[in-house]
Design a protein around this ligand. Structure first.
Ligand code: DLL
Length: 432
């Protein structure tokens, strides 16, 4: 079932016409209601009338996270406070939180987009969905929750915090779908395996996102839980989860471009990047009322694909995320993304996808140590086995990232499990 076929399968010309009409209205709205945008446009010598359609979008200024922080907490509102019915915020590790405000209409659009994601993942009104993203200022819990209710499925707001209870209820309620971070789902899968209850579990689909994960990790999750696992993307600044997600073919994430217009730009020159090449993802929120954003720089790195998907949707696709430009580590001058380590480890098939990268600087030289969890049996066997596995992993990682890393194998469940976004890197070079 395609929940909103009219929007998901429209021709490119129809979509462009809709986006153009929405952009023209949006630009007028922000020019007249948001001082920040009016000043930026005036500085660039742009009048709202100069924007006649989506083809003019590149005339508009970009917006960054710093702009949100500078206007903390409500400086970018395009409506009076009385029209705001909800706020969310993302904490970030440094600086002020970024605050996002929603009108009633914004919440309606958001829940419709999440419902479209769920329908695309095969979730129906018959399903019972455990929502194991955090509830609160984070958009994951409430975002998925409203989407599940909007679709008409049963929402089980289990949140994070008690994995044992989650697994018990999953079994007792005969839960068929779960929404959580991929790393948390792996942790849940471990508990299901430990308790030997996989045959009692009725789960068939997972909607995972909020952090980068690889295709190999998806395969691992699907195999261990005997389910389909889908990738859901979003960010609080734009709305929250449900900006894009992948269909059953898993060949990129369909963007809900009737509401969120995507562009890919070169992160340094800010010039558009051709289809298929990796760059920074930028979004314009075409329909948002409360806190609309023009050309918001996400820092997420991906590529765009305008071709028709096998599922029949005409919606533009973005490729699985490689990471964020600010997640990229530069170790001895080489660019390294944690997702490359994850992909290499899972490709080998001899380890679990639990690892921690520790980067340091000794005598002015960057060092990289990687702790990798392996099965118990390697510790029980002869030391030779462990040494040879360590060498194989170090070799695989060297092939993947081009630099030598010191590999240390650790016993199962040594590394801390996360219920939200996982932490894969400790960069001691940044710790004063
Ligand atoms: O993580 C919203 C969300 C909740 C998405 C639940 C999906 C599921 P923020 O906390 O603002 O919002 O973090 C947004 O997380 O810019 C990406 O860097 C990363 N991210 C989110 N989804 C994915 C994904 C939520 N599927 C930031 N793949 C984004 C890779 C993702 N990275």
């Amino acid at each position: 079932m395609i929940w909103n076929e009219a929007r998901e399968c429209m021709s490119r010309d129809e979509m462009t016409a809709m986006q153009s009409a929405r952009l023209v209205k949006l630009v007028n709205r922000v020019y007249h209601n948001v001082e920040f945008y009016r000043k930026k446009m005036q500085y660039l010598g742009i009048e709202p009338g100069d924007i006649k359609g989506i083809e003019d979008i590149s005339k508009l200024p970009f917006t960054t996270k710093d702009d949100l922080r500078d206007n903390y907490p409500f400086g970018l509102l395009a409506v009076p406070h009385s029209e705001i019915v909800r706020v969310h915020a993302s904490s970030g590790t440094t600086g002020k939180a970024t605050v996002v405000s929603y009108t009633r209409k914004d919440i309606e659009v958001w829940q419709e987009c999440v419902a479209r994601v769920l329908a695309m993942c095969g979730v129906t009104r018959e399903d019972k969905v455990q929502i194991a993203y955090g509830y609160g200022l984070f958009t994951g819990g409430l975002g998925l929750h409203y989407g599940v209710e909007n679709l008409g499925a049963m929402a089980i707001p289990i949140s994070t915090g008690n994995t044992k209870r989650l697994v018990t209820l999953m079994k007792d309620f005969e839960v068929t779908a779960i929404a959580c971070t991929p790393s948390y789902l792996l942790h849940i899968a471990e508990m299901i395996q430990d308790e030997k209850i996989i045959d009692d579990i009725k789960l068939k689909v997972a909607i995972c996102g909020a952090e980068p994960w690889t295709e190999n990790m998806r395969n691992e999750i699907e195999k261990s839980l005997r389910i389909n696992a889908h990738d859901i993307y979003g960010l609080s600044e734009v709305v929250g989860p449900g900006v894009a997600a992948d269909c059953i073919h898993h060949k990129g994430l369909h963007v809900y471009e009737d509401h969120y217009y995507p562009e890919i730009v070169d992160a340094d020159t800010l010039k558009p990047i051709p289809e298929g090449e990796v760059g920074e993802l930028v979004f314009t929120t075409l329909t948002k009322e409360g806190m609309p954003l023009i050309r918001y720089r996400t820092k997420d790195l991906t590529s765009i694909n305008y071709s028709l998907c096998e599922c029949g949707r005409t919606l533009t696709r973005i490729s699985r995320f490689k990471g964020r430009s600010d997640d990229m580590l530069i170790i001895r001058g080489v660019n390294v993304f944690p997702s490359q380590i994850e992909a290499a480890l899972l490709e080998m098939g001899e380890t679990k996808p639990h690892y921690l990268m520790i980067v340091d600087r000794v005598n002015n030289l960057d060092t990289l140590e990687i702790l990798v969890e392996v099965e118990e049996k390697f510790f029980a066997d002869e030391i030779k086995e462990l040494e040879s596995l360590t060498k194989r992993i170090a070799h695989t990682i060297h092939n993947a990232i081009g630099i030598n890393a010191k590999v240390k194998l650790v016993e199962p469940k040594t590394l801390e499990r996360s219920m939200g976004k996982s932490k894969r890197v400790i960069d001691k070079r940044n710790i004063e």
